[in-house]
Design a protein around this ligand. Structure first.
Ligand code: ADP
Ligand code: ZN
Ligand code: ZN
Length: 747
């Protein structure tokens, strides 16, 4: 047996794996993730390395291979734990160990980081003035210059003081010792927590909050670890519950990671954590440079902080004493990585927690099918928060059937119901949000008279119109000619749904000339902080109506919004994707959750061509559990996750012909593997190869093969088999093959 070893992961040497012989006495003791001493390089310098795997075969001359010197005992460093997690990710999601390691380990940037030091005055104005006159009287002019400048501005850039004021580092250090000033080596952004911990909230927890907190803390105290799902409507006080749980975990000397989708990582959210936990909190977001992000990881590793807040990648915060991982809005698609290894933060968090003895708390108002399914089977502990705090009622929802509007002769984008409510709100000076559902828009074809949508006869997902004039299924490759009339009712009102936020804005200006309108979409949020600025403007009452895509349904609370209109609920419903119903339900529920957050009650109008679809019926009733039951039936019937497991094999190549041949062989090999599984008693279904929605990206052609099985382990086994087959066959050299376990959407 040989050990695969990565040398010196703290530096830039990630790109090579070395093999070492395992000495007899270490056999059976050596584990993945362990730190070892090895002879390295020509001089056989004693070097530290991490074991990342084992192989029976030696890739070098067995005569020349060196032996591991020693296991470094009693010290499982955080890196070792993360290396073990990387090994789990590689095993689970495919790809190389290097790719996995680059995902989990904080990697130092090569360029020297700019240290932004600053100088802060520690004295109050009176004391500072006294010091100033003292220094002047003693003719200590350098010191006097510093104090004078600090009296003008209490925080000064270090470089300004040394260069412009010509004060030496020695003088500044001396003044720091005298407690006149403090030299701060961190960027102000990085540690904005000069805010003191304010006294905590003045309200009492609701009964449901108390029960959730009690269950978690009691089990935690008894040493029980596991995964919890906090299922609570928006505004039910989930964040308060998380903070209480974190407090408890910290009190036991542990650390916590809080994952929040980037878009919800607003200043307000972060401040709530700061106010509670003070400067023991840090944050990671995309606005930080790579260097700054690395610094946060180092602060975490040194134990300077014990709560880290951030999006998906914050999951790999190198806390030595990890006790809790919280994933807020766990249903969000952004928790799944789009890069190999295509890991899901939820599954990976559970794996990390299991390795390090931590618990996981997931939270959502609309839990993912995966999470709620596991809560139902008892794998996760369900904690319910069924009511909004402060006795606020949920909004009242009406469904407007757009087929009926067409029958009545109303060809406008607004139903009569929505229009009259809008007039009412404009009169009362209350605010309106119009949400154009564009998520998952993938060119489906529907009938405006009867609502019929053209679907694949084999897969029950909608067909997409391609430029070649055909309708295509992206799961199985089925094709048919474009339709010119509705196959159900014969109406000629068939086609794709096309309406942008800009058109809606123009229409509003025509129909409601008295109204002030703000628009939020990709165009208007391009500039830095554009998103926050528009929301802030709307929040301060600068407009009556906010029109936007799904961006507007998250984050901010607008107390004066009493009407939410959903303009095209169907767009996400008929994305060519098995998660379309789930996504629609989530979006509608979130949109509805925007209405009536303040004192006044809210109303919601959902406009749709398919009012009988269960996603819409359940969203209108705000009944998650009804939705879950119906959706589970569909997933089980069609063999989609979580009822069954799905593995996508995405193959791309510059040459179309080579791609076809490679897919043919890959499929044939996969078929033989599937037969093996079948003989062993587990059935696997193979679908494709099909062209993904975007069949060609930057001159690279793409195909997908799907594998379906009830058991995840079988799919992981098949992935391993295919990866080996690809590796030993030189024919695949010019192809790029990626695996995706339970993809968030179809390719
Ligand atoms: P969620 O995360 O479920 O949307 P939050 O924790 O953000 O809910 O709570 C929503 C609002 O209600 C916040 O302003 C919070 O401070 C407040 N809140 C939370 N719990 C209570 C409570 N028990 N009583 C009164 N207000 C509460
Ligand atoms: Zn029709
Ligand atoms: Zn199909």
């Amino acid at each position: 047996m040989y050990a695969d070893i990565i040398v010196d992961i703290t530096h830039e040497k990630l790109d090579k794996i070395f093999q070492y012989r395992i000495p007899k006495e270490m056999e059976g003791r050596l584990q993945t993730g362990m730190e070892v001493l090895i002879p390295f390089g020509r001089a056989n310098r004693e070097t530290k390395g991490y074991v990342i795997g084992f192989s029976e075969k030696c890739n070098y001359d067995p005569e020349k291979i060196k032996e591991i010197t020693q296991i470094i005992q009693n010290h499982i460093a955080i890196e070792a734990k993360l290396v073990a997690l990387a090994a789990w990710m590689k095993e689970h999601y495919g790809g190389t160990m290097i790719q996995a390691l680059k995902t989990v380990l904080p990697i130092k940037q090569q360029e020297k980081q700019k240290e932004q030091r600053s100088i802060r005055l520690l004295l109050d104005r009176r004391e500072a003035k006294e010091r100033l006159s003292y220094f002047l009287s003693k003719n200590q002019t350098a010191r006097a210059r510093v104090v004078a400048a600090l009296l003008d501005r209490p925080i000064l850039p270090y470089e300004y003081v040394t260069r412009q004021l010509k004060v030496t580092a020695a003088v500044l250090r001396a003044m720091e010792e005298q407690r006149i000033l403090q030299i701060e080596a961190e960027v102000v952004y990085r540690n904005p927590v000069t805010a003191k911990r304010t006294k905590q909230q003045s309200f009492c927890y609701t009964e449901a909050q108390q029960a959730a907190i009690h269950t978690f803390c009691e089990e935690y105290r008894r040493g029980k670890r596991g995964t919890y799902l906090v299922y609570g409507v928006t505004g039910s006080g989930k964040t308060e519950v998380y903070m209480e749980m974190i407090e408890h975990v910290i009190a036991e000397g542990k650390q916590a990671i809080v994952l929040i989708p980037e878009i919800a990582l607003t200043y307000q959210t972060v401040m709530r954590f700061y106010q509670r936990f003070g400067d023991r909190v840090s944050i990671i977001n995309s606005r930080l440079s790579k260097g700054e992000r690395y610094d946060q990881m180092i602060r975490a590793k040194r134990g300077e902080i014990n709560v880290m807040i951030g999006p998906r990648s914050a999951l790999f915060t190198p806390f030595e004493r990890l006790g809790l991982i919280i994933i807020d809005e766990e249903h969000e698609g952004t928790y799944k990585s789009e890069q190999t290894p295509r890991y899901h933060a939820r599954e990976t968090a559970i794996a990390r927690a299991a390795m390090e003895g931590a618990s996981v708390v997931l939270g959502s108002a609309t839990p993912s099918m995966e999470a709620f399914y596991k809560a139902m089977t008892g794998e996760f502990r369900l904690l319910r928060l069924p009511e909004r705090t402060k006795q606020r009622a949920m909004a009242h929802v009406t469904v407007a059937d757009m087929r009926k509007e067409l029958e009545k002769g109303n060809r406008s984008i607004f139903s009569d119901a929505l229009r009259s409510l809008m007039e009412d709100r404009l009169k009362k000076k209350e605010q309106i949000m119009l949400f154009l559902n564009r998520r998952g828009y993938a060119g489906f074809i529907s009938c405006r008279s009867c609502g019929h949508v053209v679907k694949c006869p084999h897969c029950d997902v909608s067909l997409s119109s391609h430029r070649n004039g055909k309708l295509v299924c992206h799961y199985c490759g089925y094709e048919q000619p474009m339709v010119t009339s509705c196959p159900e009712c014969g109406s000629s009102h068939v086609g794709g749904f096309r309406a942008g936020t800009q058109q809606i804005e123009e229409l509003l200006l025509r129909e409601f000339p008295q109204a002030k309108v703000l628009r939020m979409d990709m165009d208007t949020t391009k500039q830095k902080d554009g998103h926050e600025k528009i929301l802030a403007a709307f929040s301060s009452g600068e407009a009556d109506i906010l029109v936007g895509t799904q961006m507007i349904v998250k984050g901010h609370d607008f107390g004066n919004v009493t009407l939410v209109g959903v303009l095209a609920a169907d767009l996400s419903l008929y994305a060519d994707d098995y998660r379309a119903g789930e996504r629609t339900f989530q979006l509608l529920t979130q949109a509805a959750g925007r209405a009536g957050r303040g004192e006044k009650a809210g109303e919601v109008v959902i406009q749709t061509y398919s009012p009988e679809h269960y996603s819409i019926v359940a969203a209108a009733k705000q009944d998650y559990e009804q939705f879950f039951q119906e959706e589970m039936t569909y997933r089980a019937l069609m063999g989609y996750p979580p009822a069954s497991q799905l593995m996508a094999v995405l193959v791309s190549c510059k040459e179309e012909e080579l791609l076809e041949t490679a897919c043919h062989y890959l499929k044939a090999y996969a078929e033989t593997c599937c037969k093996k599984c079948e003989r062993a008693g587990t059935s696997v279904q193979l679908i494709g190869p099909a062209s993904p929605y975007v069949g060609k990206v930057r001159d690279t052609y793409r195909r997908v093969i799907y594998l379906k099985s009830e058991q995840e382990a079988v799919l992981v086994f098949l992935k391993d088999q295919l990866e080996q087959y690809i590796e030993i066959n030189s024919g695949f050299q010019n192809l790029w093959i990626q695996f995706d376990l339970n993809p968030m959407s179809v390719f």
